[in-house]
Design a binder for this molecule. Sequence first.
Ligand SMILES: Cc1cc2nc3c(=O)[nH]c(=O)nc-3n(C[C@H](O)[C@H](O)[C@H](O)COP(=O)(O)OP(=O)(O)OC[C@H]3O[C@@H](n4cnc5c(N)ncnc54)[C@H](O)[C@@H]3O)c2cc1C
Length: 380
Amino acid sequence: MHFQPLTAPVIIGGGPAGTAAAIRLARAGQAPILLERNAEPTHKVCGDFLGADAISLLLDLGIEPASLGAASIQRVRVVHRQQVAETSLPFAALSLSRRMLDAALLQRARAVGADVHRGTGVRRLSRGEAGWQLDTSAGPLNASTVFLATGKHDMRDHPRPGTHTGAVGMKTYLRLGPRQTAALAGSTELYLFPGGYAGLQPVEDGKVVLCAALRHGRFRHWTELIDLLTAATPLLRDRLAGAEVLLARPLAVAGIPYGMLRRHAGHAALFRLGDQAAVIPSLTGDGIAIALHSGSLAARCWLDRQDAETYQRRLAAGLAGQMLLATTLHTLAINGVLQPTALRAVSLFPPILQWFAAATRIRRPLVQQSSPATGGLHPA
Ligand SMILES: Cc1cc2nc3c(=O)[nH]c(=O)nc-3n(C[C@H](O)[C@H](O)[C@H](O)COP(=O)(O)OP(=O)(O)OC[C@H]3O[C@@H](n4cnc5c(N)ncnc54)[C@H](O)[C@@H]3O)c2cc1C
């Protein structure tokens, strides 16, 4: 494998965070190396919701989710047992499978000049005399600056705090019956249950995503969770009646450090992006926006010759309020004792849902693209 001479950072991970950084750097005249361990587009544990901030960041990166077939989402329903609270979203939203979205982002990164290596995993990242040393599945590689964008998967020796809490995410795709498909069209539904919640919404090609976030591995099998949820919730029972399950096995990820917000880089030449920098609770559906924003901001900082510590502080300062609100909401939403009261409150006063949806978005997501002339020397 031949890598180009080292100038721009090496990016580990080709999700929204890593690809956003790659696109921004490549557009500024750099040729970053991006290493993505999956050789082919894959599904990821994610609810696939794209809020207004994610959509505007994607458009700015040259990706039009609507032209990829994303489903339009205008309404939100929160459901607990027989209770349903419903309102319109305060912004236009979309829903697109991660397999589709991530493939488009990687393609875009390559098209604008990033050196994208699919099927290359990084096994170890360590510090040596020549800077960062990467032990990759295609051989060793040195880098002066690394953008760590491995998302939900921690790099050996570089763990994130909070993974011991054991929170779990699960997901599958379904095809609903025609009546249920029509009833769900244009909506995202959030089903609350003690210890967690599940989201149901349409994606492209008439499919539907069902994704759950749980406090810990309380359910040994996905079917156990679905059986319990459908037994307790008439609306979900009706939605899933006769549905065809499209994945042979549900996807799962464990040890999600919900609420983690990294305020320090740890090293001046190690930029932590996306879920490696901040893990917003899933019910907000804003993790993709944060990943795109962090990748864009990291690229901008690097092009402006700012070190990782400066970047990490800027990112954390911008996200702190949103993260605090989202984590408080998450704690309330998974509390089985509080769920009935919470549902009554949002049924009586639906604008509160709109306020929460808006207040858990990135406030000023767009960062200006640096001029191609910027860039060059950076902290080792
Ligand atoms: C249950 C659940 C539901 C969610 N729902 C939503 C939602 O509806 N909307 C939303 O906006 N966000 C949602 N999120 C959050 C969202 O999925 C993440 O915030 C987002 O994926 C973070 O992007 P990322 O680029 O940091 O990481 P990822 O998307 O995880 O991408 C990381 C990439 O790095 C690659 N990689 C990992 N390790 C290595 C390695 N060692 N070497 C090379 N490559 C590597 C992986 O293959 C992957 O492609 C949800 C999260 C969970 C857990």
